[in-house]
Design a protein around this ligand. Structure first.
Ligand code: PBG
Length: 323
């Protein structure tokens, strides 16, 4: 059939009709909201490069988490900042660290909220790299044990899911073994499996104070030019025990989301990263775009590309607009 019998516009005539035949839906239950936890009490400081997002002390993180829970958002992903940084990032597995306190407090207050934690040393190391240094080299294997220790401390504090974002080889296996040995067989792993060396993380590095002191992350994060390699990374992580796998960043990488969705049977997450958020916010503040429509479009298209789960700084705004 073709025109004039076929008229695709017939199904676009009214919103009820468009909604009826819509192929992709986004709900707050598919979203995860990032929170940045800092040491102290009563601290709630807006992050300049991420308008609407805050540095929160554990008590304030709980308040924020309650709001997130009330909006029907699935969960939070927590990033921790230390009191002091050192070469190994040893506050990362401190039971009394701000992040660990926040995990315990949120678990105690928010019954239905999922608590996911970012596992990476870069916020905790004085040099800002994601692993142990030897000279200017990030060493893979000695880093694994530290990541496992950090994951166990998160699980012990009550994290439902740990999310390693460091891109060391073999870390998912090391974390799985560490969790199991410590009695946390039920703690899930969301692996940042295909994480690219991206300029879209710029605002996050301001937020986390985690810009490397020298060099960059191209020695461990992936080359933006590669997609076959992403499938290999995802396969390795699944073999090592990843329960969910992530593609990051999201918007310039929709083909990667699609390829991972098609090739594997695990839930796929996409991280709509800080630079993607900051660009939308900045253009909206100038009045150059309609923020609500852009955000709805961005999240819908991420789902259409194949993301089951979306990590996004837009989660609260989206949930308010759709409630
Ligand atoms: C830590 C980490 C980063 C992000 C998540 N975990 C920064 C990086 O790898 O440089 C980026 C998140 C964002 O940009 O929103 N390794």
């Amino acid at each position: 059939m073709s025109f004039p019998q076929e008229r695709p516009r017939r199904l676009r005539r009214a919103e009820r009709l468009r909604a009826l035949v819509r192929e992709t839906l986004v709900t707050p239950a598919q979203l995860v909201y990032p929170l940045f936890v800092v040491p102290g009490e009563g601290a709630r400081r807006e992050i300049a490069s991420l308008p609407g997002c805050f540095h929160l002390s554990p008590d304030q993180a709980v308040r924020e988490a309650r709001e997130v829970e009330a909006l029907g958002i699935a969960g939070v992903i927590l990033f921790g900042l230390p009191k002091a940084k050192d070469p190994l990032g040893s506050e990362a597995w401190d039971e009394e660290g701000a992040l660990q306190q926040a995990i315990r407090a949120i678990r105690a207050e928010c019954r239905d909220l999922l608590v996911i934690t970012d596992v990476c040393l870069c916020e905790y190391t004085s040099h800002g790299h994601c692993g142990v240094l030897e000279g200017e080299e990030v060493r893979n294997d000695p880093t694994l044990e530290l990541l496992a220790r950090m994951s166990v401390s998160h699980a012990r504090a009550g994290a439902h899911v740990v999310a390693p974002s460091d891109m060391m080889d073999g870390r998912v296996g090391a974390i799985r073994r560490g969790l199991d040995a410590a009695g946390f067989a039920d703690t899930a792993i969301l692996s940042y499996a295909a994480k690219y060396a991206s300029a879209f993380y710029g605002p996050f590095r301001d937020a986390a104070g985690s810009a490397p002191q020298f060099g960059d992350r191209r020695g461990y994060q992936m080359d933006p030019a590669n997609v076959r390699e992403a499938l290999r990374e995802v396969r390795l992580d699944i073999e090592e025990g990843a329960d969910l796998v992530m593609v990051k960043p999201a918007l310039a990488y929709l083909d990667v989301v699609r390829a991972v969705r098609a090739a594997f049977d695990r839930p796929v997450a996409a991280y709509n990263v800080s630079g993607e958020y900051a660009m939308v916010k900045a253009a909206a503040q100038h009045g150059w775009i309609d923020e609500e429509r852009i955000v709805r479009e961005v999240l819908t298209c991420l789902r259409r590309a194949g993301a089951d789960v979306i990590l996004t700084y837009h989660a609260k705004d989206f949930a308010r607009w759709t409630s």
